[in-house]
Ligand binder design. Structure first.
Ligand code: ZN
Length: 451
């Protein structure tokens, strides 16, 4: 089997950052050794000098929209953007595709759609909707990594929210699978009340949108989920936490011994409400981007471990749905796509707060791999793991331009921004999948399967 060595001054391993050579045999890491221990036998050596080698990133929150809405995104374009961003495994959300991944047939349709198109590996979450509790265990047996549900209307056909009553009926099934339940934690009550009070509001103002989705909607949903977690004993995962007001209760729940994990996204860590201009619907997402102060508290939550991971919630749409001419925050599509530049967004913000590449590797590779149950092969640079790497030039800056985005519709709130850190190359299971703006070779990505 072919032997390769990947050498750099900074290799990010679970034990720390050090000069090392990663020895790769076929698709797996054989060993991580000191730089001078590259064997003399025939071995291809890739020397990356001062650049850093991180584990291939894992994004456990991506909307690929395929099959059924591939004109919004699709496996080909999402995995291309992922490779450019240093990601080697995506876990696809069960909605925005048609059919939704709420039955085994839906999962099989997804597998068929992905065939031969992926530049990085992928896996699927299943959905929990109002009427599919009978499908939950079958989906688990068929290979989904866990489940996702919405406590509020997701705003897209073919995927319904669940009420507390419906959730109570589904939770024993979820608990039996042992897989995590990912929850969009906003409750409709506070949103409806706030929206009613905005009858005459100017919806081109970001403030109107922000007021319509108050912290209280997130807080009430998280409280409900924590009590259900206590009662039904399942692994609860809060997706895209936006309000920092929930951090204390989440921390307390964890000290109580509840199986709770939490994610947030680069847009909540980089943007803030104060800087969102009227009509700037590229910055619309749900829950909404909140104040600068809230953003800083989320960083503290990451720093003290209350927030476990950072994922993109990559959720693109055709340009027209962002309604850029009209700029109406009420009707524009909510969702921000950032797969190709998330690492730079995070490094730009994290490095100036004193965080290191070790933190990034934990938030963006190891922890999401663990959430998706892929952590025996993904998310770390260690012997036995898949040879998934991102080679990252930490010092170079670049300006975000359309040609760097690589997903289907090159729309982004970050265009024109200068960010720190450039992905020089991405390797998937030992093979180069991205370098210098190119995607060499045939699509080699496949579905992550249990070992
Ligand atoms: Zn999402």
């Amino acid at each position: 089997m072919s032997l390769q060595a990947f050498r750099a001054r900074r290799v990010i391993t679970p034990e720390g950052i050090r000069p090392a050579a990663i020895l790769v045999e076929g698709e797996r890491i054989r060993a991580v050794v000191s730089p001078d221990q590259v064997p003399a036998e025939s071995c291809t050596v890739h020397d990356f000098g001062e650049a850093a080698i991180l584990p291939g990133l894992v994004d456990s929150h991506v909307h690929i929209n395929d099959p059924g809405r591939a004109e919004w995104e699709g496996f080909e374009t999402a995995t291309r953007a992922a490779a450019a961003g240093g990601y080697t495994l995506l876990v696809d959300m069960p909605l925005n595709c048609l059919p939704a991944t709420t039955t085994v047939a839906g999962l099989e349709a997804k597998r068929a759609a992905a065939q031969g198109k992926c530049r990085v590996d992928w896996a699927a979450w299943g959905g929990v909707v109002h009427d599919n509790r009978g499908d939950i265990e079958a989906l688990a047996a068929a290979g989904v990594r866990g489940f996702k549900c919405f406590l509020v209307n997701p705003g897209i056909d073919s995927f319904t929210m669940v009420t507390e009553q419906q959730l109570r009926a589904a939770l024993p099934h979820v608990a039996r699978t042992g897989l995590p339940l990912l929850v969009h934690a906003e409750l409709p009550g506070p949103i409806d009340r706030a929206t009613d009070a905005l009858a005459n509001a100017d919806w081109s103002c970001y403030a109107s949108y922000l007021q319509s989705r108050p912290d209280e909607a997130e807080l009430a949903a998280i409280r409900l989920m924590l009590s259900l977690c206590r009662e039904f004993k399942f692994h609860l995962h809060i997706v895209h936490l936006s309000t920092s007001q929930a951090l204390q209760e989440l921390r307390a729940a964890r000290s109580e011994g509840l199986a709770v994990s939490v994610e947030t996204c680069p847009h909540y860590l980089h943007l803030s409400a104060e800087t969102i201009a009227n009509g700037a619907t590229l910055r619309k997402c749900a829950p909404p981007i909140r104040s600068r102060e809230n953003c800083e508290s989320l960083w503290q939550g990451l720093g003290n471990g209350t927030i476990d991971l950072v994922v993109t919630d990559h959720s693109p749409c055709p340009m027209a749905m962002k309604q850029l001419d009209e700029g109406n925050f009420r009707t524009a599509w909510g969702g921000i796509a950032s797969l190709s530049i998330a690492l730079a967004l995070m490094w730009t913000e994290a490095s100036r707060r004193g965080f290191t590449l070790l933190d990034l590797a934990r938030w963006m590779a190891a922890a999401p791999a663990r959430l998706a149950g892929c952590d025996t092969r993904k998310g770390q640079i260690a012997a036995g793991y898949d040879a998934d790497f991102v080679v990252f030039d930490t010092d170079r800056e670049f300006t975000v331009t359309k040609d760097r985005l690589h997903y289907r519709h090159p729309v982004s709130p970050y265009l024109g921004e200068t960010l720190r850190g450039v992905v020089k190359a991405t390797y998937l299971r030992g093979g180069l999948v991205f370098a210098g703006g190119e995607f060499p070779g045939e699509p080699a990505g496949r579905e992550y399967a249990r070992p």
